[in-house]
Design a protein. Structure first.
Length: 255
């Protein structure tokens, strides 16, 4: 019987200036990429990994970064179009890498789609949308709540990222990664839609204390911490009722 030759898939090499970041934690890797002149453009996800795209305007270079279990698994050059740019660096190896990814995993689902926004749309200006995306990535990768400019966009992004992370780890319901492995979290799902004054009282009776607050537009945000379970919640209130109540994992004030 004749031997059937299987096609060989070529993989692109990691660019030298970022080769040291392969294996790094996603949060630290993002900081390093920003320090090296790259700007985050977008993030895409499949079942077991996320792809983020980074653009270097000086070099006209687009990077594709694959993240698995919170660490950078691979970094490759990719066509400028993947970073929503025209022209720029694109070679055969990048095209081959794109073909390889498509052959191995099929279609990719976009993580930060417009349906992750409460109104189903992106923000009108890129700066605000970038702040939202920063919050979304922090929530998705279970990073600390770091809303240093006290932005409504960051808060909403963090909520959306946290919701997606919780959906993807729903098999662990009843326990939090930040709490002790044997400490059960306090259920607060029944407070969704409750009057704000009632929700405040209920949270206090369940062991939470208010540690921060933010007012933005028609919405008010408060952060609640339970020292026993180490839950850090963000509650959004609109029109006097609880619009959302999510566990944001951590915050500088949750300690």
């Amino acid at each position: 019987m004749p031997t059937i030759a299987m096609p060989t898939i070529a993989m692109a090499a990691t660019p030298r200036d970022v080769s040291d970041l392969v294996g790094a934690r996603a949060a630290g890797g993002e900081t390093q990429l920003e320090q090296r002149g790259y700007v985050h453009i977008k993030t895409e996800k499949s079942n077991d990994r996320a792809w983020s795209y980074w653009w270097h305007s000086g070099r006209k270079q687009c990077l594709s970064v694959a993240t698995v279990d919170g660490r950078y698994d691979a970094i490759t050059d990719t066509p400028a179009a993947d970073c929503n740019q025209r022209g720029g660096k694109s070679d055969g190896s990048a095209v081959a890498a794109g073909v390889a990814v498509a052959a191995l995993i099929g279609a990719i689902a976009l993580a930060h789609k417009s349906h992750n926004h409460d109104d189903g749309k992106h923000y009108d200006d890129d700066k605000t949308d970038a702040v939202y995306d920063r919050g979304f990535r922090d929530g998705l990768y279970n990073q600390s709540y770091h809303n240093y400019d006290r932005s409504d966009a960051y808060s909403r992004g963090y909520e959306a990222g946290t919701r997606q992370r919780e959906d993807e780890t729903s098999h662990r319901n009843g326990h939090r990664s930040g709490a002790s492995g044997y400490t059960r979290s306090v259920n607060v799902s029944d407070l969704q839609g409750a009057r704000a004054s009632s929700a405040d009282g209920e949270l206090q009776s369940r062991g939470f204390r208010n540690v921060d607050a933010l007012k933005s537009g028609n919405a008010a945000y408060t952060i609640w911490y339970n020292r026993d379970t180490r839950q850090c919640l963000q509650m959004a209130v609109a029109d006097g009722r609880v619009d959302s109540l999510v566990d944001i994992g951590s915050s500088p004030n949750c300690r």
